[in-house]
Design a protein around this ligand. Structure first.
Ligand code: ADP
Length: 526
C-alpha cells in the first residue's frame, strides 16, 4: 500500500506539471488529490481562489474512467471545458443550455469512454436517462462543487442538491469529493449528513489571508479619500476599486485618471470587446487601477494586485472576502480598504426591502447584511470577526486598522435616545437629512414648512456636528434600532428594539466618531 501511495504522489506531481504546468501543489491540494485518487471520499473547505478545481481534476485524470463534476454554475461550464481542452484534457458538459445534438454527442463520447471529465448540472444528473447512462459508464469519481447548495439555510440552496445522496446509493464504489468555500460549522454538518459523507476525510483550509491589511474608514468625501489612500500608499501599484453602479464606475475611473492615476472602467454594461480589452490590459500591464462593479474578478488571477478598495458596501461578508481576496495573491503585503457611511446602510437596507424576492430570502439577505455591518462597526480585530464568520477562530492580528488604532467607544445612550425621540416626534415620516436638521436645530426651509422648529426636540442635539450625528444614526441603523422605509422617501422609523432604549432600560455603546484622516491633516495646517 505504501508503494502504491508513493506511486500516486509521483504520478500526481507529474500530471500537475505536464498537464497544468504548475511546479508545486498549494496548501492541502496534494493530500486531497491522494485521498481521492486512492478511492476515498473527501470534504474540502477552501476559500475561493484557493485551488479547488485541481483537487478533483487531477484524481479524475489519475483514475480509470470519467470524472463527473456536479455544478450549479451552468454559465461557467463552457469556459471550464474550453480551458481544459486547451490543456489537452478531454472534457464536455451536459446542461440545459445545449442543443439536443450536442447532448447526444456528449453522451456518445461518454459511452465510448472518450472523456476525462464531464460537467453536469444537478437537475440533469438526476434524470433517469443520465443516471442510466452513468451506470453503463466507468466513473472515476463524483465531484460535487458548490456543495453548500445542499444547505437549506444558505442563500444558494438548490433542492436538486439534496437528491445527490442517491449517488452514494447507486454508485457505492465511486469516490466522492464535495467542495465549498462556505466554511461555517452548520453548513459543514449539513453537507456531511445530506450527502452521506460521514466517512469522508475532511480538509479544512484556513481562510486567513495574513498579508492583507483590512481597513474600513468612515466615508466623508469618498473619492478624495480614495485618491489620498492610493497616492499615499499605492502610487505605481495595481489595484481594484469596486463600486455598486456602472455610472459610478465610469465617474470614478475618470476622476482617478484626471488626477494622474492610470485607471480603466469595467462593468457589464460595456460592450464585450472593450471590457475584455480593459481586462487584458489590467492583467498585462503594471500599475493599472481597475474601477469595476462586482462583474469583475471571476477567474482573475493576477498575483500582484496590491490593493482592493470598496467605495460601496458589499452585500455580505462572503462578497467582501471574495473581492478583497483578489489582493496579494503573491503573499506580499496588500491592503483591503473600504469607505463606508450612512448612505451605504440606508441603500443596502432599502435594496433588500424593495427586491421582488420572498420573505425568507429577504431575511437571509438581511442577516448577511447585518453580519457585514457588524464587521464595519466592530470595536475589535477585523480579522477575528471575518474568520469567526467563516467558523474559524483566531487571535487579534495586530495588522488591521482596529488593532493598529483601536477605536474608542463611548456610552451613547443619551444621544441615541435624542435621535430616537426626534424620529418619533417627526412622526416617523422623514428621512435622515431632515431628522438631523431638526435634531441639530437647523432652520431649513423644510423645517419651517413643517413648523418643526416648534417641536420640543428641535435643537436638542446642537452639541454635535452633522458628521458625528450621521455616524450615530448609521450605527443605530446597523444595530437595528432604526429602520429605513422603502416608500421612496427613505423615512426613518423606530423598530421594536428601540423601545427599551427609549425607556432607559438598555444602554448603548457606540464607536466614537473619528474625523477622516484627510480632514484631520487639513485641520492642523495653518
Ligand atoms: P477555487 O475553485 O478554489 O476558487 P481555482 O481552482 O479556480 O480556485 O483556482 C484558482 C487559481 O489558482 C486558478 O487560476 C488556478 O489555476 C490557480 N492554481 C490552483 N492550484 C495551483 C497550484 N498548485 N499552483 C499554481 N496555481 C494554482
Amino acid at each position: 500500500a505504501l508503494m502504491e501511495q508513493d506511486d500516486i504522489g509521483t504520478r500526481a506531481q507529474h500530471v500537475l506539471e505536464s498537464v497544468f504546468g504548475y511546479p508545486a501543489f498549494r496548501g492541502q491540494q496534494e493530500d486531497i488529490v491522494r485521498q481521492v485518487a486512492l478511492g476515498g471520499d473527501a470534504l474540502v473547505l477552501m476559500p475561493t481562489g484557493g485551488g479547488k478545481s485541481l483537487c478533483y481534476q487531477i484524481p479524475a485524470l489519475l483514475r480509470d474512467g470519467v470524472g463527473v463534476v456536479v455544478s450549479p454554475l451552468i454559465a461557467l461550464m463552457q469556459d471550464q471545458v474550453d480551458a481544459l481542452a486547451e490543456l489537452g484534457v478531454r472534457a464536455a458538459f451536459l446542461n440545459s443550455s445545449q442543443s439536443f445534438d450536442e447532448m447526444v454527442q456528449t453522451e456518445r463520447r461518454l459511452r465510448r469512454g472518450e472523456l476525462d471529465l464531464v460537467y453536469v448540472a444537478p437537475e440533469r444528473l438526476m434524470t433517469s436517462r443520465c443516471l442510466e447512462l452513468l451506470e453503463s459508464t466507468k466513473i472515476a469519481l463524483f465531484a460535487i462543487d458548490e456543495a453548500h447548495c445542499v444547505s437549506q439555510w444558505g442563500h444558494d440552496f438548490r433542492p436538486e442538491y439534496i437528491r445527490l445522496s442517491v449517488l452514494h446509493e447507486r454508485f457505492p464504489d465511486v469516490p466522492r469529493i464535495a467542495l465549498t468555500a462556505t466554511a461555517d460549522q452548520l453548513t459543514r454538518q449539513e453537507i456531511i449528513e445530506r450527502l452521506q459523507l460521514q466517512d469522508a476525510a475532511q480538509f479544512v483550509s484556513s481562510f486567513d489571508r495574513p498579508n492583507i491589511r483590512y481597513q474600513i474608514v468612515e466615508k466623508a468625501n469618498a473619492r478624495k479619500q480614495l485618491l489620498d489612500f492610493i497616492e499615499s500608499e499605492h502610487s505605481g501599484d495595481a489595484g481594484i476599486v469596486y463600486c455598486l453602479s456602472r455610472k459610478k464606475v465610469e465617474e470614478v475611473a475618470e476622476f482617478l485618471n484626471s488626477h494622474g492615476i492610470n485607471s480603466l472602467p469595467y462593468h457589464a454594461g460595456m460592450d464585450t470587446a472593450k471590457r475584455s480589452a480593459n481586462q487584458s490590459r489590467f492583467l498585462r500591464e503594471d500599475a493599472i487601477v481597475m474601477v469595476a462593479t462586482i462583474a469583475f474578478g471571476m477567474g482573475i488571477d493576477k498575483p500582484d494586485v496590491r490593493f482592493v478598495a470598496h467605495l460601496d458596501l458589499p452585500k455580505s461578508i462572503e462578497g467582501y472576502y471574495q473581492e478583497t481576496g483578489r489582493a496579494g495573491r503573491d503573499g506580499a503585503p496588500a491592503n483591503a480598504w473600504m469607505a463606508y457611511g450612512l448612505q451605504d446602510v440606508v441603500q443596502q437596507r432599502r435594496m433588500i426591502e424593495e427586491s421582488e424576492a420572498d420573505d425568507s430570502f429577504k431575511r437571509v439577505q438581511s442577516a448577511k447584511l447585518d453580519a457585514m455591518l457588524g464587521l464595519c462597526e466592530t470595536l475589535s480585530c477585523r480579522r477575528v470577526r471575518l474568520l469567526e464568520y467563516f467558523g474559524q477562530s483566531a487571535t487579534a492580528c495586530g495588522n488591521c486598522d482596529t488593532c493598529l488604532q483601536p477605536p474608542v467607544s463611548f456610552d451613547a445612550t443619551v444621544p441615541v435616545q435624542k435621535l430616537l425621540s426626534t424620529i418619533y416626534r417627526v412622526e416617523q415620516r422623514f428621512g435622515a437629512m431632515h431628522v438631523l436638521d431638526v435634531l441639530r436645530g437647523v432652520e431649513s426651509d423644510k423645517v419651517k414648512q413643517w413648523e418643526h422648529e416648534k417641536l420640543t426636540v428641535f435643537g436638542i442635539g446642537a452639541d454635535r456636528g452633522d458628521a458625528e450625528w450621521r455616524a450615530i444614526l448609521r450605527q443605530a441603523i446597523a444595530l437595528g434600532l432604526v429602520a429605513v422605509d422603502h416608500d421612496g422617501f427613505n423615512a426613518l422609523r423606530l423598530t421594536e428594539a428601540a423601545r427599551p432604549v427609549l425607556r432607559g432600560e438598555q444602554k448603548i455603546r457606540l464607536r466614537e466618531y473619528q474625523k477622516p484622516v484627510s480632514q484631520r491633516k487639513k485641520a492642523v495646517k495653518p
